[in-house]
Design a protein around this ligand. Structure first.
Ligand code: EAX
Length: 342
Protein backbone atom coordinates (compact mmCIF):
# COMPACT_ATOMS: atom_id res chain seq x y z
CA UNK A 1 0.00 0.00 0.00
CA UNK A 2 2.70 2.37 1.13
CA UNK A 3 4.73 1.47 -1.88
CA UNK A 4 1.90 2.17 -4.28
CA UNK A 5 1.28 5.63 -2.76
CA UNK A 6 4.95 6.34 -3.21
CA UNK A 7 4.85 5.08 -6.80
CA UNK A 8 1.82 7.21 -7.59
CA UNK A 9 3.46 10.28 -6.07
CA UNK A 10 6.61 9.61 -8.05
CA UNK A 11 4.64 9.21 -11.24
CA UNK A 12 2.86 12.49 -10.55
CA UNK A 13 6.14 14.29 -9.99
CA UNK A 14 7.42 12.90 -13.29
CA UNK A 15 4.31 14.04 -15.13
CA UNK A 16 4.59 17.51 -13.62
CA UNK A 17 8.27 17.72 -14.45
CA UNK A 18 7.68 16.65 -18.02
CA UNK A 19 4.81 19.09 -18.51
CA UNK A 20 6.90 21.90 -16.95
CA UNK A 21 9.61 21.14 -19.51
CA UNK A 22 7.06 21.11 -22.26
CA UNK A 23 5.77 24.49 -21.13
CA UNK A 24 9.25 25.96 -20.83
CA UNK A 25 10.00 24.86 -24.36
CA UNK A 26 6.98 26.66 -25.77
CA UNK A 27 8.05 29.12 -28.46
CA UNK A 28 6.56 32.57 -28.19
CA UNK A 29 7.41 35.66 -30.22
CA UNK A 30 6.15 39.09 -29.22
CA UNK A 31 6.37 42.39 -31.04
CA UNK A 32 6.68 45.69 -29.17
CA UNK A 33 5.81 48.94 -30.91
CA UNK A 34 7.68 52.11 -29.94
CA UNK A 35 7.60 55.53 -31.57
CA UNK A 36 11.13 56.57 -30.69
CA UNK A 37 14.48 55.60 -32.19
CA UNK A 38 16.63 52.66 -31.06
CA UNK A 39 18.87 55.03 -29.08
CA UNK A 40 16.07 56.68 -27.09
CA UNK A 41 15.94 55.71 -23.38
CA UNK A 42 12.57 54.05 -24.01
CA UNK A 43 13.96 51.55 -26.51
CA UNK A 44 17.23 51.09 -24.61
CA UNK A 45 15.02 50.00 -21.70
CA UNK A 46 13.08 47.68 -23.99
CA UNK A 47 16.37 46.08 -25.08
CA UNK A 48 17.20 45.32 -21.44
CA UNK A 49 13.78 43.72 -21.06
CA UNK A 50 14.29 41.71 -24.26
CA UNK A 51 17.67 40.39 -23.13
CA UNK A 52 16.37 39.43 -19.71
CA UNK A 53 13.31 37.62 -21.04
CA UNK A 54 15.25 35.77 -23.75
CA UNK A 55 17.97 34.72 -21.28
CA UNK A 56 15.50 33.54 -18.67
CA UNK A 57 13.57 31.42 -21.14
CA UNK A 58 16.55 29.93 -22.94
CA UNK A 59 15.64 31.90 -26.05
CA UNK A 60 12.16 30.41 -26.26
CA UNK A 61 10.33 33.67 -25.58
CA UNK A 62 11.57 36.14 -28.18
CA UNK A 63 10.82 39.86 -28.08
CA UNK A 64 11.20 41.93 -31.24
CA UNK A 65 11.29 45.70 -30.87
CA UNK A 66 9.89 47.89 -33.64
CA UNK A 67 11.07 51.50 -33.15
CA UNK A 68 10.24 54.72 -35.05
CA UNK A 69 6.50 53.98 -35.26
CA UNK A 70 7.21 51.24 -37.84
CA UNK A 71 4.09 49.43 -36.63
CA UNK A 72 2.07 52.62 -36.37
CA UNK A 73 1.78 55.74 -34.24
CA UNK A 74 1.31 55.42 -30.48
CA UNK A 75 -2.48 55.53 -30.45
CA UNK A 76 -2.73 53.11 -33.35
CA UNK A 77 -0.38 50.68 -31.62
CA UNK A 78 -2.30 50.89 -28.36
CA UNK A 79 -5.52 50.17 -30.26
CA UNK A 80 -3.88 47.11 -31.83
CA UNK A 81 -2.71 45.87 -28.45
CA UNK A 82 -6.23 46.33 -27.14
CA UNK A 83 -7.72 44.17 -29.89
CA UNK A 84 -4.87 41.67 -29.76
CA UNK A 85 -3.49 42.14 -33.27
CA UNK A 86 -0.26 43.35 -31.60
CA UNK A 87 1.27 41.86 -28.45
CA UNK A 88 2.89 44.91 -26.84
CA UNK A 89 3.41 48.64 -27.18
CA UNK A 90 4.76 51.54 -25.23
CA UNK A 91 3.40 55.06 -25.52
CA UNK A 92 3.45 58.46 -23.88
CA UNK A 93 1.04 59.05 -21.04
CA UNK A 94 -0.99 61.44 -23.19
CA UNK A 95 -2.24 58.92 -25.82
CA UNK A 96 -2.86 56.32 -23.10
CA UNK A 97 -5.68 58.55 -21.79
CA UNK A 98 -7.66 57.80 -24.95
CA UNK A 99 -7.99 54.25 -23.61
CA UNK A 100 -7.94 54.73 -19.84
CA UNK A 101 -9.09 58.17 -18.71
CA UNK A 102 -7.68 57.68 -15.20
CA UNK A 103 -4.28 58.65 -16.61
CA UNK A 104 -5.54 62.22 -17.05
CA UNK A 105 -4.37 62.87 -13.48
CA UNK A 106 -0.75 62.59 -14.62
CA UNK A 107 -1.40 65.38 -17.15
CA UNK A 108 -1.82 67.84 -14.28
CA UNK A 109 1.22 70.13 -14.63
CA UNK A 110 3.88 70.54 -11.95
CA UNK A 111 3.05 67.46 -9.89
CA UNK A 112 6.71 66.64 -9.30
CA UNK A 113 9.82 68.66 -8.51
CA UNK A 114 12.36 65.99 -9.38
CA UNK A 115 12.82 62.62 -11.02
CA UNK A 116 13.06 61.04 -7.58
CA UNK A 117 9.60 62.31 -6.67
CA UNK A 118 8.12 61.19 -9.98
CA UNK A 119 9.68 57.71 -9.82
CA UNK A 120 8.58 57.20 -6.22
CA UNK A 121 5.01 58.01 -7.16
CA UNK A 122 5.00 55.85 -10.28
CA UNK A 123 6.45 52.91 -8.34
CA UNK A 124 4.10 53.36 -5.37
CA UNK A 125 0.49 52.21 -5.19
CA UNK A 126 -0.54 55.36 -7.09
CA UNK A 127 1.34 54.52 -10.28
CA UNK A 128 0.79 50.79 -9.94
CA UNK A 129 -2.99 51.20 -9.54
CA UNK A 130 -3.00 53.24 -12.72
CA UNK A 131 -1.15 50.45 -14.55
CA UNK A 132 -3.59 47.89 -13.13
CA UNK A 133 -6.55 49.98 -14.31
CA UNK A 134 -5.46 49.26 -17.87
CA UNK A 135 -6.92 45.79 -17.40
CA UNK A 136 -10.36 47.43 -17.65
CA UNK A 137 -9.56 48.10 -21.30
CA UNK A 138 -7.98 44.76 -22.11
CA UNK A 139 -4.36 45.68 -21.50
CA UNK A 140 -1.79 44.48 -19.01
CA UNK A 141 0.27 47.44 -17.75
CA UNK A 142 3.80 46.15 -17.14
CA UNK A 143 5.96 49.17 -16.35
CA UNK A 144 6.78 52.73 -17.34
CA UNK A 145 9.56 53.29 -19.87
CA UNK A 146 11.15 56.69 -19.48
CA UNK A 147 10.35 59.69 -21.63
CA UNK A 148 11.22 62.26 -18.96
CA UNK A 149 10.17 65.74 -17.96
CA UNK A 150 8.67 67.74 -20.79
CA UNK A 151 10.15 71.14 -21.60
CA UNK A 152 9.33 73.84 -24.12
CA UNK A 153 11.24 74.79 -27.27
CA UNK A 154 10.57 77.66 -29.62
CA UNK A 155 11.96 79.25 -32.74
CA UNK A 156 10.88 82.77 -31.81
CA UNK A 157 11.74 83.51 -28.19
CA UNK A 158 12.76 81.90 -24.95
CA UNK A 159 10.14 81.29 -22.27
CA UNK A 160 11.36 83.01 -19.13
CA UNK A 161 7.99 83.94 -17.63
CA UNK A 162 4.27 83.38 -18.04
CA UNK A 163 3.78 86.29 -20.46
CA UNK A 164 6.17 84.67 -22.98
CA UNK A 165 3.59 81.98 -23.76
CA UNK A 166 1.17 84.59 -25.08
CA UNK A 167 0.23 83.88 -28.69
CA UNK A 168 2.89 81.16 -29.07
CA UNK A 169 1.72 78.56 -31.55
CA UNK A 170 2.82 75.41 -29.80
CA UNK A 171 2.57 71.81 -30.95
CA UNK A 172 1.10 69.53 -28.32
CA UNK A 173 -0.01 65.94 -28.35
CA UNK A 174 -3.68 65.26 -29.12
CA UNK A 175 -4.69 65.38 -25.46
CA UNK A 176 -7.35 67.69 -23.97
CA UNK A 177 -5.43 68.23 -20.71
CA UNK A 178 -2.23 69.27 -22.48
CA UNK A 179 -4.18 71.61 -24.74
CA UNK A 180 -6.07 73.13 -21.80
CA UNK A 181 -2.75 73.63 -20.04
CA UNK A 182 -1.27 75.68 -22.88
CA UNK A 183 -4.49 77.56 -23.52
CA UNK A 184 -4.52 78.62 -19.87
CA UNK A 185 -1.00 79.95 -20.36
CA UNK A 186 -2.15 82.11 -23.26
CA UNK A 187 -0.52 79.98 -25.97
CA UNK A 188 -2.18 78.58 -29.05
CA UNK A 189 -1.91 74.76 -28.77
CA UNK A 190 -1.91 72.88 -32.06
CA UNK A 191 -2.04 69.07 -31.99
CA UNK A 192 0.33 67.44 -34.49
CA UNK A 193 1.26 63.73 -34.63
CA UNK A 194 4.81 62.95 -33.47
CA UNK A 195 5.68 61.70 -36.96
CA UNK A 196 4.89 65.14 -38.42
CA UNK A 197 6.44 67.17 -35.63
CA UNK A 198 9.76 67.89 -37.37
CA UNK A 199 8.04 69.02 -40.55
CA UNK A 200 5.62 71.25 -38.64
CA UNK A 201 8.58 73.02 -37.00
CA UNK A 202 10.58 73.18 -40.24
CA UNK A 203 7.68 74.64 -42.19
CA UNK A 204 6.88 77.00 -39.32
CA UNK A 205 3.36 75.65 -38.97
CA UNK A 206 4.14 75.91 -35.26
CA UNK A 207 6.49 78.27 -33.39
CA UNK A 208 7.35 75.78 -30.72
CA UNK A 209 6.66 72.45 -29.13
CA UNK A 210 7.08 70.63 -25.85
CA UNK A 211 8.92 67.35 -25.34
CA UNK A 212 11.52 65.68 -23.15
CA UNK A 213 15.17 66.55 -23.81
CA UNK A 214 15.79 63.08 -25.28
CA UNK A 215 13.30 63.84 -28.06
CA UNK A 216 14.86 67.25 -28.79
CA UNK A 217 18.03 65.31 -29.57
CA UNK A 218 16.37 62.39 -31.33
CA UNK A 219 14.52 64.71 -33.71
CA UNK A 220 17.48 67.06 -34.36
CA UNK A 221 15.42 69.96 -33.09
CA UNK A 222 18.51 72.20 -33.15
CA UNK A 223 17.98 72.39 -36.91
CA UNK A 224 14.53 73.95 -36.59
CA UNK A 225 14.23 75.45 -33.10
CA UNK A 226 16.31 78.11 -31.38
CA UNK A 227 15.35 78.12 -27.69
CA UNK A 228 15.06 75.39 -25.07
CA UNK A 229 13.23 76.64 -21.98
CA UNK A 230 13.34 74.19 -19.09
CA UNK A 231 9.71 74.46 -18.05
CA UNK A 232 9.51 70.84 -16.81
CA UNK A 233 5.73 71.16 -16.81
CA UNK A 234 4.87 67.45 -17.08
CA UNK A 235 6.58 64.19 -16.17
CA UNK A 236 6.11 61.60 -18.90
CA UNK A 237 6.57 57.93 -18.10
CA UNK A 238 5.48 55.72 -20.97
CA UNK A 239 3.27 52.79 -19.98
CA UNK A 240 4.42 49.51 -21.49
CA UNK A 241 1.34 47.45 -22.19
CA UNK A 242 0.55 43.95 -23.41
CA UNK A 243 -2.69 42.51 -24.68
CA UNK A 244 -4.31 41.12 -21.53
CA UNK A 245 -5.67 37.87 -23.02
CA UNK A 246 -2.33 37.15 -24.68
CA UNK A 247 -0.46 37.86 -21.44
CA UNK A 248 -2.79 35.69 -19.37
CA UNK A 249 -2.29 32.76 -21.73
CA UNK A 250 1.50 32.86 -21.48
CA UNK A 251 3.13 30.13 -19.37
CA UNK A 252 3.55 31.39 -15.79
CA UNK A 253 7.33 31.53 -16.02
CA UNK A 254 7.13 33.62 -19.20
CA UNK A 255 4.73 36.01 -17.50
CA UNK A 256 7.13 36.33 -14.62
CA UNK A 257 10.15 36.85 -16.87
CA UNK A 258 8.27 39.55 -18.76
CA UNK A 259 7.05 41.31 -15.61
CA UNK A 260 10.55 41.34 -14.09
CA UNK A 261 12.23 42.24 -17.39
CA UNK A 262 9.83 45.15 -17.89
CA UNK A 263 10.70 46.67 -14.53
CA UNK A 264 14.43 46.16 -15.11
CA UNK A 265 14.03 47.88 -18.47
CA UNK A 266 12.02 50.68 -16.89
CA UNK A 267 14.69 51.41 -14.29
CA UNK A 268 17.47 51.23 -16.85
CA UNK A 269 15.67 53.65 -19.16
CA UNK A 270 15.23 56.09 -16.28
CA UNK A 271 18.93 56.06 -15.45
CA UNK A 272 19.94 56.38 -19.09
CA UNK A 273 17.64 59.36 -19.55
CA UNK A 274 18.63 61.14 -16.34
CA UNK A 275 22.29 60.48 -17.09
CA UNK A 276 22.24 62.01 -20.54
CA UNK A 277 20.04 65.10 -20.16
CA UNK A 278 22.88 67.48 -19.23
CA UNK A 279 25.05 66.00 -22.00
CA UNK A 280 22.32 66.57 -24.57
CA UNK A 281 21.72 70.14 -23.39
CA UNK A 282 25.44 70.88 -23.85
CA UNK A 283 25.34 69.35 -27.35
CA UNK A 284 22.24 71.34 -28.27
CA UNK A 285 24.03 74.53 -27.21
CA UNK A 286 27.08 73.60 -29.27
CA UNK A 287 24.72 73.36 -32.21
CA UNK A 288 23.38 76.86 -31.65
CA UNK A 289 20.42 76.44 -29.35
CA UNK A 290 20.00 78.71 -26.35
CA UNK A 291 19.01 76.93 -23.15
CA UNK A 292 17.41 78.75 -20.24
CA UNK A 293 16.24 77.66 -16.80
CA UNK A 294 13.24 79.36 -15.25
CA UNK A 295 13.53 80.77 -11.75
CA UNK A 296 11.24 79.64 -8.95
CA UNK A 297 9.05 82.73 -9.20
CA UNK A 298 8.44 82.20 -12.93
CA UNK A 299 7.54 78.52 -12.43
CA UNK A 300 5.23 79.45 -9.54
CA UNK A 301 3.47 82.03 -11.71
CA UNK A 302 3.05 79.53 -14.57
CA UNK A 303 1.84 76.81 -12.22
CA UNK A 304 -0.67 79.15 -10.57
CA UNK A 305 -2.35 79.85 -13.89
CA UNK A 306 -2.29 76.39 -15.47
CA UNK A 307 -2.53 73.81 -12.69
CA UNK A 308 -6.01 74.72 -11.34
CA UNK A 309 -7.45 74.71 -14.87
CA UNK A 310 -6.19 71.19 -15.59
CA UNK A 311 -7.22 69.95 -12.15
CA UNK A 312 -10.74 71.24 -12.78
CA UNK A 313 -10.84 69.60 -16.18
CA UNK A 314 -9.60 66.31 -14.75
CA UNK A 315 -12.29 66.51 -12.07
CA UNK A 316 -14.96 66.93 -14.75
CA UNK A 317 -13.69 63.77 -16.43
CA UNK A 318 -12.97 61.63 -13.39
CA UNK A 319 -14.90 63.10 -10.49
CA UNK A 320 -13.54 65.36 -7.75
CA UNK A 321 -13.09 62.53 -5.28
CA UNK A 322 -10.77 60.54 -7.54
CA UNK A 323 -8.59 63.53 -8.38
CA UNK A 324 -8.44 64.80 -4.78
CA UNK A 325 -7.44 61.33 -3.59
CA UNK A 326 -4.73 61.15 -6.26
CA UNK A 327 -3.32 64.53 -5.18
CA UNK A 328 -3.42 63.52 -1.51
CA UNK A 329 -1.69 60.21 -2.32
CA UNK A 330 1.09 62.06 -4.16
CA UNK A 331 1.53 64.36 -1.21
CA UNK A 332 1.84 61.36 1.11
CA UNK A 333 4.52 59.75 -1.08
CA UNK A 334 6.50 63.00 -1.20
CA UNK A 335 6.18 63.37 2.58
CA UNK A 336 8.10 60.10 3.03
CA UNK A 337 11.22 61.81 1.69
CA UNK A 338 11.42 64.06 4.73
CA UNK A 339 9.93 61.70 7.27
CA UNK A 340 11.83 61.82 10.56
CA UNK A 341 13.59 65.07 9.73
CA UNK A 342 13.62 67.52 12.62
O1 EAX B 1 8.26 60.23 -27.33
O2 EAX B 1 4.37 62.88 -29.28
C1 EAX B 1 5.18 63.22 -28.42
O3 EAX B 1 5.52 64.38 -28.26
C2 EAX B 1 5.76 62.19 -27.46
O4 EAX B 1 6.71 62.70 -26.64
C3 EAX B 1 6.10 60.95 -28.17
O5 EAX B 1 4.89 60.38 -28.39
C4 EAX B 1 6.94 59.97 -27.39
Amino acid sequence: MRKSVFATALALVCVLAVSACALAAEKVTARVSACNSMTHPQTIGLMVMKQYVEDRTGGNFVINIFPNSQLGAEEESLAQVQTGSLEMATASLAPVTTFQKNFFVLDIPFLFNSYNEAWMVMDSKVGQDLLASLEDCGMKGLAYMENGFRHTTSSVKPITKLADFKGLKIRTMQNPMHMANFEALGANPTPVPFSELYLSMQQKIVDGQENPISNMWDLNMYEVQKYVSLTGHIYDGMPLVANLRWFNKLPAEYQEALAVGAVLGQNYSRFVNAGREEVILAELQKRGMKVNKLDGAAIAEIQKVSQPVVIEKAKKELGAEYVDKFLADIKAVKADILKGMK
